[in-house]
Design a protein around this ligand. Structure first.
Ligand code: NAD
Length: 312
């Protein structure tokens, strides 16, 4: 099968590409290398440097399935520069769907996010909870899901939206674990923690995320629904202060922890969801998938992985 992976030079996308290649698929990577890295693109994949914000990005590119993973994943940027997220996450997704419609793609697997729920009333949050994002990033993902669902019902392109928790592991270059390591590299004596440190969220190791994504996709291909949204994450969570502790321990440091208040209710930044865990019952029922690592194990293993990559 020919599979196009947008964002295949980035963190999650490159791991997905490696697995698809391993499984014998013909893989085409599309990435503009804005945050992705050429060296992460699997040598057996065809690689096109293209910008999905361009209407004609897909000229000459064909696939049976597209994994649409390209995006700007930084929630903080979406608060300070909403237009970046409109362009990278809404317009780019629209352009991918248009290309899919025009070239006869059968299935779109869309990288959505737990941020579509906003401050959810129910934790762990099931897929049926309303989408009430509190960040422009979350809104862009919700808009992407709604567009995907509409293209599925209107044009017959089937769409699986995966609502990821925080996915972590080797090659990651954003998010709290990466930020802490980079801050400690600059100053090993003090670690600034944004918010009140009690933010508590679900973390999932990349191998678990790739396993879940591919199991979900294969199951979806056997099903009749035009559109399906599935959570992929851990049902347990870790506090930001505990992440600070784990990262410091892994690096063999004892920094002074300095809390930096940013919102009156202790969030990391405006638009940050403070508490997030996801119900994975739907995916469990469909595929039997369960994470192999807890949130805390995923954070520790990632701190070790990234220390190996960055702590020189
Ligand atoms: P990443 O930044 O490592 O990867 C994104 C990739 O998309 C990069 O290689 C970048 O160069 C590419 N890209 C960005 N804009 C592009 C454009 N206009 N045209 C072509 N390529 C472009 O991020 P990631 O963590 O691997 O995230 C992958 C996907 O998963 C994203 O859609 C993200 O929103 C989603 N997601 C990630 C997480 C997480 O915790 N990592 C959680 C929820 C959802």
């Amino acid at each position: 099968m020919k599979i196009v992976v947008t964002g295949g030079a980035g963190f999650i996308g490159s791991h997905i590409v490696d697995r698809l290649v391993e499984e014998g698929h013909e893989v085409v990577v599309v990435d503009n290398l804005s945050s992705g890295r050429r060296e992460l693109v699997n040598k057996s994949a065809e690689f096109h440097v293209r910008d999905l914000k361009e209407r004609d990005w897909g000229v000459g590119i064909r696939g049976d399935v597209v994994f649409h993973f390209a995006a700007n994943p930084e929630v903080r940027i979406s608060t300070t520069e909403p237009s970046v997220h409109f362009n990278e996450n809404v317009l780019a997704t629209f352009n991918v769907l248009e290309w899919a419609r025009q070239t006869g793609v059968r299935t779109v697997v869309f990288a959505s996010s737990s941020t579509v729920y906003g401050d959810a009333q129910v934790l762990p949050t099931p897929e049926e909870e309303p989408l009430r994002p509190i960040s422009v990033y979350g809104a862009a993902k919700a808009a992407g899901e709604i567009m995907c669902g509409t293209y599925a019902r209107l044009y017959g392109i089937r769409c699986l939206a995966i609502r990821y928790a925080n996915i972590v592991g080797p090659r990651l270059r954003h998010g709290v674990i990466y930020d802490f390591i980079m801050k400690l590299k600059k100053n090993p004596n003090v670690l600034e923690v944004l918010g009140d440190g009690t933010q508590r969220k679900s973390y999932l190791y990349i191998k678990d995320a790739v396993d879940a994504t591919l199991l979900a996709w294969r199951k979806f291909e056997e099903m009749g629904e035009p559109f399906l949204a599935l959570n992929v994450g851990n049902v347990d969570a870790v506090r930001v202060l505990d992440i600070a502790q784990i990262v410091a321990e892994v690096l063999g440091l004892k920094p002074e922890i300095k809390l930096i208040p940013t919102t009156p209710d202790g969030r990391g930044w405006p638009g940050d969801v403070k508490y997030m865990t996801l119900s994975i019952n739907k995916l469990l029922k469909l595929t039997g998938w369960k994470p192999a690592m807890t949130s805390a194990e995923a954070v520790r293993k990632t701190a070790e992985d990234l220390a190996g990559e960055l702590w020189r």
